[in-house]
Design a protein around this ligand. Structure first.
Ligand code: FAD
Length: 476
């Protein structure tokens, strides 16, 4: 009890959620205080573990009244420090992990309603059990949550065919800063009744409301697939190959990932048993996949024929098709382990950029040339979802460099790369968001009118500034 009988915020929160709903022990706090890349270290007051939407509503109402900042956190796999509390010791981390029910699946309507704390892989499995497909797929799918996916508008490896999280969402249930519940878990594909409010909360990184549930789109389950690991001379040929495969396959390309030889070397060095299926001579590779809901579709033949034509046109220098599911998984294992291998290799600088696809080869050429001349401290590991024009234009610290040499160049390297991105009509944040790490970039590159509307929305929906302060916008 506080002096005079008034309860402390912690006591009031405990009264709301029960003793097992508020964690203050060191190990619980340690898990939420540090981000995925270990770039941000905060100190939370506590972790709040609501069980349902009503609990979230009551927590926000209380925190809003007491002006206590709330940091929503899903799987804590984000790359921008967006789910990390600050170091003040006053912020409540609101973990959604106990809101993990699949509320309903409607196979006939190709939709499902899930709670925000559902792990992405569990949602995929639940859809598959109903003979449907939820296409969002990314390296962190075993631990990231739907609420985090929505709040970062996550992309991943199937965007080319199915779109980002924004396109996969039919409706949302959101708790507003003052505790009111905005419930729009519609399963409708057509609904033009006024403003589309759900889009405000998708990609808002927890700064406008707390998502508690979502109505998601499903698709026919893929029953046939063909996967190839392909050597290409460069990004230019990769982009042309994508166009060729889309036409030749009748637009059945679901993934198209660009991988440089250096990334495969990192994976081979750090992940036991991981080996490229092709000789390492080529400077660039593509991992591509065709899928179809028709089990009898001859996708392997189609892919093989298309690659043969591409070979004749000089777009491809070598290729191998996965002969079975195990080989397919091995190919994907290589791609999915690139971020992890980069981490094991050492310090890295990440740039998650998107460029209109036709200008992407020129961007890679210009940005690589700039790095060659200006950056001795690091080497380029540029890979990504080229089908969406999205590159992870990352640098790893070169071995033998003094510790911290690359980190000391973070700001000037980032600005130079992002300037080139802007010159080519691209975006400095393709799928990872803004969080804490890119606030200055948003300030610098955003259109002033756009930025001012964002501030207006923030003030309107969260007048006391309790929702994830210090993220996305430059307001405390
Ligand atoms: C190995 C690896 C691979 C990755 N690959 C990709 C990729 O291909 N594509 C991609 O887009 N991302 C990728 N990511 C980044 C990350 O996985 C995604 O951004 C993911 O969507 C984050 O989900 P999360 O549950 O971990 O969210 P968190 O990191 O916990 O939170 C992210 C943001 O969402 C907010 N938030 C979380 N839950 C809620 C909620 N219920 N309501 C309101 N706000 C909320 C947080 O406050 C924070 O601002 C990858 C990460 C890793 C580690």
């Amino acid at each position: 009890m506080m002096q005079g009988g008034a309860q402390s915020p912690l006591q009031q929160l405990t009264a709301l959620l029960g003793p097992d709903g508020i964690l203050t022990d060191a190990s619980a706090l340690e898990a939420v205080n540090v981000d995925q890349l270990r770039a941000y270290h905060g100190r939370a007051l506590c972790v709040a573990l609501p069980r349902n939407t009503e609990d979230v509503s009551r927590v926000l109402r209380l925190c809003n009244a007491l002006r206590i900042p709330v940091v929503p956190q899903g799987g804590n796999t984000g790359y921008c420090g967006a789910a990390t509390p600050d170091a003040s010791g006053t912020q409540v981390v609101l973990s959604l992990r106990r809101l993990n029910a699949i509320r309903s699946i409607d196979p006939a309507n190709y939709s499902m309603v899930v709670e925000a704390g559902c792990i992405l892989a569990d949602v995929q499995r639940a859809a598959a059990a109903a003979e449907r497909f939820f296409p969002l797929s990314l390296g962190a799918e075993g631990s990231c949550q739907i609420g985090g996916n929505l709040s970062t508008n996550a992309g991943g490896v199937n965007v080319l065919r199915y779109g980002m999280m924004r396109e996969l969402t039919l409706g949302l249930e959101v708790v507003l800063a003052d505790g009111r519940v905005l419930s729009s878990l519609t399963a409708l594909r057509k609904d033009n009744t006024g403003y589309d409010l759900r889009q405000l909360f998708i990609g808002a990184e927890g700064t406008l409301g707390v998502i508690t549930a979502a109505s998601l789109k499903l698709f026919p389950a893929p029953r046939a697939s063909a996967t190839a690991f392909v050597a290409v001379p460069g990004p230019d040929q990769a982009v042309q190959l994508l166009s060729h495969l889309r036409e030749a396959s009748g637009d059945q390309v679901s993934s198209f990932e660009l991988i440089p030889a250096v990334a495969l070397e990192l994976v081979a060095r750090h992940i036991s048993g991981a080996r490229s299926p092709l000789a390492p001579q080529s400077p660039w590779f593509v991992l591509c996949e065709l899928t179809s809901p028709r089990a009898d579709e001859p996708l392997n033949e189609r892919l093989e024929e298309s690659l043969a034509t591409a070979f004749e046109r000089g777009l491809v220098s070598d290729a191998v098709l996965a002969q079975n599911e195990r080989e397919r998984r091995d190919f994907w294992h290589l791609r999915e382990n690139i971020p992890h291998s980069q981490r094991l290799e050492g310090m890295s600088l990440k740039h998650d950029v998107s460029i209109p696809i036709d200008r992407l080869p020129r961007f890679v050429q210009r940005a690589s040339a700039w790095l060659e001349t200006h950056v001795a401290e690091g080497f380029l590991v540029c890979y990504g979802h080229v089908g969406d024009g999205n590159l992870h234009f990352n640098l790893n610290e070169r071995r033998g460099m003094p510790a911290g040499a690359l980190a000391a160049r973070r700001a000037d390297i980032r600005r130079a790369i992002h300037d080139l991105v802007r010159d080519e009509g691209g975006s400095f944040s393709a799928e990872h968001g803004i969080g804490q790490s890119k606030i200055a970039e948003l300030q610098h590159y955003a259109d002033p009118v756009e930025l001012s509307v964002m501030h207006t929305l923030k003030r309107m929906l969260d007048p006391n500034g309790i929702l994830n302060p210090g993220k996305v916008l430059n307001v405390a």
